[in-house]
Write a protein that binds this ligand. Structure first.
Ligand code: SAM
Ligand code: SF4
Length: 329
């Protein structure tokens, strides 16, 4: 699949639920209204959609959410998609999770062919963890990371940089990741969805964070590329990779290789734009995968050049109305 700007689309992110057992302050408001279950695709429908994307050239799939591991029977989907790894039609199957349910699922994820996962963690302080996630249990996430590593999964820590919350912890987290053998990515908070707070109060420019870190750590340029928006360095002192996702201070849309499917079968061609294609209607209208493939091609032909995220005091409104938990980041 080639989009109008010549970018090859071979990476699909699939949000399997909009629900979550946390309420992270930059992601959701505390009183979120979730979708009625009837609107959400069944796992069988999701599997068929994923298979059609694979037929069209998708080589990498990331399962996300909401919290993907709270979706009932989600391991069935991993098992089906794992078969596509076995038969060589898929290169990689990955997961982004808050870690709360990882202890239960880590070994099975590995058995399904998952080798790398991202775990979101914004602080190593249990009290602050409770404050930012509102409902999260720090010890369970730590146990989840232990279980994942014991099962043989490579773990990358995703940390959203939040002003006046965790900027004083990055040194400690980099050192901790080094001790634990974890890579880490710092993410700028993006203006997605109404969270009941002014985004400008949360925003921390990672270009400044990086300059500050470079005073204490040797950040060696790394050519590691995931096709995604993260730019990596290797921290010489720990030997681990550190990534920076800076959608606001820099944007890397020109190399974007991905599209995002929500749990209702809506395809977003760009994380930062509202345009979307409904794939649920063609999916449910017919069992003919050709019709579905045509709808996907038509959507890819509309992939925009890039996002228009900006954050300043005068534009406190979110750039897009939906929350990050709809498309899963
Ligand atoms: N629940 C899972 C988790 O937290 O990893 C998967 C879904 S979550 C929406 C995916 C990633 O998006 C997480 O790393 C989270 O920290 C990040 N995220 C959520 N809201 C964000 C925002 N407004 N800006 C930047 N990153 C955000
Ligand atoms: Fe849930 Fe992930 Fe959003 Fe936190 S970031 S509220 S864990 S979906």
């Amino acid at each position: 699949m080639i989009d109008p700007f010549g970018r090859s689309i071979d990476y699909l992110r699939v949000s399997v639920t909009d629900r979550c057992d946390f309420r992270c302050a930059y992601c959701m408001s505390e009183d979120m209204t979730f979708l009625p279950k009837a609107e959400v695709l069944s796992l069988e429908e999701m599997e068929r959609l994923c298979r059609t994307f694979i037929d069209l050239g998708v080589r990498k799939l990331r399962i996300t959410g909401g919290e993907p591991l709270v979706r009932r029977n989600v391991m069935w989907l991993f098992q089906q998609l794992g078969r596509q790894l076995d038969n060589g039609r898929l290169d990689e199957l990955t997961l982004t999770t808050n870690g709360s349910q990882l202890s239960r699922h880590a070994a099975e994820l590995y058995a399904c062919g998952v080798r790398r996962i991202n775990v979101s963690l914004d602080t190593l302080n249990p009290d602050k963890f409770l404050a930012i996630t509102r409902w999260g249990k720090f010890d369970r996430v730590m146990a989840g990371i232990d279980a994942a590593q014991a099962a043989g999964l490579a773990v990358k820590i995703n940390t959203v940089a939040v002003r006046d919350f965790n900027e004083d912890e990055f040194d400690r987290m980099i050192a901790w990741c080094g001790e634990r053998g974890l890579d880490m990515t710092l993410i700028e908070a993006m203006p997605m969805g109404d969270i009941g707070l002014n985004r400008a109060d949360q925003h921390l420019a990672l270009s400044d964070v990086r300059k500050d870190l470079a005073q204490r750590w040797t950040l060696q340029p790394s050519d590691h590329q995931t096709g995604g928006p993260a730019r990596y360095v290797t921290v010489a002192e720990t030997g681990r990779r550190l990534g920076f996702i800076t959608p606001l201070s820099h944007n890397f849309c020109e190399s974007c290789n991905r599209v995002r499917l929500t749990c209702t079968g809506t395809l977003f061609m760009c994380l930062g734009q509202d345009d979307a294609a409904d794939l649920r209607a063609p999916l449910r209208a017919s069992s003919d995968d050709e019709i579905l493939a045509k709808a996907i091609h038509a959507a890819i032909a509309r992939k925009p050049k890039g996002h228009d995220f900006i954050i300043d005091r005068d534009s406190a409104d979110p750039a897009v109305a939906r929350h990050m938990s709809v498309t899963g980041g």
